[in-house]
Design a protein. Structure first.
Length: 194
């Protein structure tokens, strides 16, 4: 079964391919299609942004499409960076800049509880479905670790390790994205598609 994953993020593609390694799903990336379109994610929630991307590529390629929007939420920091997580330090900012800006902005905040959230939108035969994943943790006071991407070097898990300090195979068992895509995968399996 061919499914298009609507992302330009190589790391996401690798994570999802690993999750699907024992299935008959052929995951097609935008890079595989030489597609460099930049969809304007102008929604007001993770769900809206995921749907905007999924609908755009579903109309363009007429394939089942998976799209996600995910980010970091810090409740004591007015739920920021939220849907602006990827561009928190500016449209062209990299993860290092985003991490540095966030640490500076919350340096005086004591309640550092946070969570990653992932909202997946799946469109197939004009039907739209949503799946959610969430990972609770804390925000550190410094940047550490070399695994993962995005805010992983700031995100402390319950076991005291950061997402950037565990291998991808471990991250894929617990991450917000892994949870959301596993929920989607279970939905596919329950329907007997794979």
């Amino acid at each position: 079964m061919d499914i298009l994953l609507a992302t330009h993020n190589f790391h996401k593609v690798e994570e999802i391919k690993q999750l699907l390694s024992n299935t008959n799903i052929n995951l097609i990336s935008l890079k595989d299609l030489n597609d460099e379109d930049d969809v304007d994610e102008n929604g007001h929630s993770f769900e809206e942004n995921a749907r905007i991307k999924a609908e755009y590529y579903y109309q363009k390629y007429h394939l089942p499409v998976l799209a996600d929007d995910s980010g970091l939420v810090i409740p004591s920091f007015d739920n920021q960076p939220g849907i602006y997580s990827a561009r928190y330090a500016g449209i062209n900012a990299n993860a290092k800049k985003n991490n540095e800006k966030l640490l500076a902005d919350i340096k005086d905040i004591k309640d550092r509880n946070a969570y990653f959230i992932c909202q997946v939108c799946y469109i197939e035969n004009d039907n739209i479905y949503f799946f959610t994943g969430k990972l609770e943790g804390q925000i550190a006071y410094d940047i550490r670790g070399h695994e993962g991407f995005g805010y992983d070097p700031l995100f402390i898990l319950e076991n005291g390790l950061r997402l950037s300090e565990i291998p991808l195979s471990e991250k894929n068992k617990i991450s917000h994205r892994a949870q959301a895509f596993k929920n989607w995968l279970q939905f596919i399996k329950d329907r007997g598609i794979i």
